[in-house]
Structure formats: C-alpha cells, structure tokens
Design a protein around this ligand. Structure first.
Ligand SMILES: Cc1ncc(COP(=O)(O)O)c(C=O)c1O
Length: 371
C-alpha cells in the first residue's frame, strides 16, 4: 500500500525537538507525575507488574472513558495508542478499495491520507468562513456524499480552526450519514477544552447508531505522553477493531493505562479540564493582543475550543515557506496552513507557557516585518 507523507506529523517529528520555541503543539502543557499522583496512587504505581496488559484496556480505564459518554458500556470502548491508532484501526476496519470516504476540511489529515492509502475514493467538504464564523458547508457535504459514502469523518471541535459545530450542523451530518448508511467517525480529541466559559462540546455518541467517537488524553486532557486514546463504537465494530489491533500494537502499557484511569475518572477529569481551560483562556488574551496590533495584516476567528488558533495573514508568501523562514531565522516553529489543506494561514499552539508564546510571537513579528 502506497501512502502520502503525513505532512503535519512528519514536519513536527523533524523539527519540534530542535527548535528553541515550539508552537506547533495543539494540546495543553502536561503535569509531572509528582504533581499528578497522591501518595497511595504512587504506591499502587510502584506495585504494578510490567507485563502485557489487557489489549482492549483495563476494565477500570474503559469504565472511566465510558463515563464521559451517554449510555455507554465498557464493551463499547477500545483503548488504543493515542487517537492516532483509534483513527487508524477504524479506517482500516471500515474502508475497502473503491469505497467513498468523505472528510471535513481543514483537517489534521490523518484519515484523509489513510483513506487514500487504503484505496478509497476521497471526497472533502469544508468548513467555510461566513459572517465571521467557520460554518459547515452543507452544499459541499451534499456533493461529497452524492454518490453514497462508506465513511464520513469529522473533527469536532475542529483542528485547526477551533470551531465547534452547532446542533443544526451536527444534525445535518447525522442526516447525511443516515441517508447513505455511512459510518460517522467523529474525532472529538479537543472536547472539554472550550474557551470563554462555553459549555462542553456535545458528543456525537448517542446521536446516531453508526457514530464512532475517537479521542485521547493528548489534547484537552493535557497528557499526550501517555499515548492513551480510545474509540467508542457499537460492540461489533469494537470487536473488529481489537482483532486488527492484534496486528498493530497489541495494546498499550500498564503504567499508561493505570495513569489514564486515574485522570479520566470523572472528578479528576473535571479538575484537569478546568486547568486546561484556564491555561488556554490566559494564552488567548496574548493572541488577541498580538492580532490586534497587526494593523489588519493578521486575522482570526476566535476559536471556540482547542489548544490552537488558526491565523490568516496578508503577506505574499506561501505558508510552508513562511513556517520554514520563521524556523530557520528565529528557531520558532509554527504549523503551515498548507499541512491542513489550507494555504494562507499559520496554526499557533496556545496550550504552553505564556512567556514562550509571547517570545515566539515577538520572533514571528520580526520575520513578518522583514517581508
Ligand atoms: C484531530 C486530531 N486527531 C488525532 C490526533 C492524534 O492524537 P494522539 O496524540 O492522541 O494520537 C491529533 C494530534 O494532533 C489531532 O489533532
């Protein structure tokens, strides 16, 4: 199987550890074990046996995950290595060569690339800017599924725009999926990282019998290094996915599963999400000031959720070239809009330390001033 280069991930892997300021992260600054663990939890951690673990995830971890979704049992939850593996095993389970995959843009692009690699016919439909807001382009959705679709994929809250679908848009997606009996894969990895005291983003789980939700501890839950993700789906789909996981990772490690079961238990999850929202809210103020000072040459729709802002710019340079220039001249790394299928934008992470964000923006300003 031939597969396109996954531009965002490849570029991050190449440069994120060698630059002075990395603003490509869309999650939130993690905690250390010392900050996270209570004494009795540390004791339990030290007693863990480091053997193979439950492939599908320990019952405690699956129960903690299930509690974030309505009417969900642990047989409807599969624990994976990040949302990346959840998205992978779901596409791999569902798509055959010649099937139609309809995915939302702009997007992280993992499922678009995978679907193409699996031989599917890839169709896209957009979020488009209308009246100062990112909105689902319903005509494009209708066109993308006109000949039927096996899988429709969305990311809500969206990466990179931070837009959250409203109820009518969610209904439109469910209707489109129902009309062609498609699976609806909903990557909800940024759910819980809402800004401006917005309520938690509703899940697609429970809205459609063929909805599959994927997510992880990496973004709103702030702990990407655990590499714990999950899929929530009907039991038959979970059974097929776990059969395939036997060929990928054979499951995740006991240390990570134990730690994830602690931070995903409802009370602790609420505290962690509160912390994430506080960090993101503080940093958005820095972004607001920065864009405000740009004399209209930078613009953005304030994100509703997520650890990033998608900034459009009015300078005559392609976004990959601009990202490279900022990295080479200022050792500061931002994501090019190109890598999401939308040139003319940069994505800037807002979940890190405020002083690094401020310094990174000063460096970007120096590059922009030289253009
Ligand atoms: C929308 C989306 N899905 C999945 C992933 C991968 O997440 P994980 O670290 O849980 O594998 C990312 C990472 O940036 C993402 O933005």
């Amino acid at each position: 199987m031939n597969i396109d280069t996954f531009l965002l991930e490849r570029n991050q892997s190449l440069y994120e550890n060698s630059v002075e300021i990395n603003l490509t992260e869309s999650g939130v600054e993690p905690m250390t074990l010392a900050e996270l663990l209570r004494p009795e939890e540390l004791d339990a951690l030290l007693q863990l046996r480091l053997g193979y673990n439950y492939t599908e995830g320990t019952p405690e971890l699956r129960a903690a995950i299930a509690s974030w979704y309505p009417d969900t049992g642990i047989d409807e939850v599969l624990v994976t290595t990040g949302a990346a593996e959840a998205n992978f095993v779901m596409c791999w389970s569902l798509l055959e060569p010649g099937d139609t995959f309809a995915g939302m843009l702009p997007n992280f692009m993992q499922m678009h690339g995978l679907a193409a690699g699996l031989g599917a016919r890839v169709q896209s439909f957009g979020l488009r800017l209308r009246n100062g807001a990112w909105q689902l382009d319903r005509e494009a959705l209708d066109a993308a599924v006109a000949g039927g679709a096996k899988v429709i994929a969305v990311c809500n809250p969206n990466n990179p725009t931070g837009a959250v679908l409203d109820e009518a848009e969610m209904d439109a997606l469910v209707q489109a999926a129902r009309a062609c009996d498609a699976w609806l894969i909903c990557d909800e990895i940024y759910r819980g990282a809402e800004l401006d005291a917005r309520p938690e983003t509703p899940t697609f789980r429970g809205r459609y019998e063929k909805a599959i939700v994927t997510s992880s501890t990496s973004k709103s839950i702030a702990h990407a290094g655990l590499r714990i993700g999950w899929a929530v789906a009907p039991p038959a789909i979970i059974a097929e996915a776990v059969r395939r996981q036997d060929y990928t990772t054979i499951g995740t490690g006991p240390i990570n599963q134990y730690l994830a079961s602690l931070i995903l238990a409802p009370a602790r999850r609420a505290v962690i999400l509160e912390r994430s929202r506080a960090i993101l809210g503080r940093n958005m103020g820095i972004i607001d000031d920065w864009v405000g000072r740009s004399n209209g040459r930078l613009r953005y729709v304030r994100p509703a959720a997520g650890g990033m802002v998608f900034v459009g710019y009015d300078f005559p340079i392609n976004s990959t070239a601009l990202s490279e220039l900022i990295r080479e001249r200022e050792s500061t790394f931002v994501v090019a809009g190109d890598w999401f299928g939308m040139d003319g934008y940069l994505r800037i992470g807002t979940g890190g330390h405020a002083h690094e964000l401020e310094e990174g923006l000063r460096r970007i300003d120096r590059v922009l001033a030289s253009l």
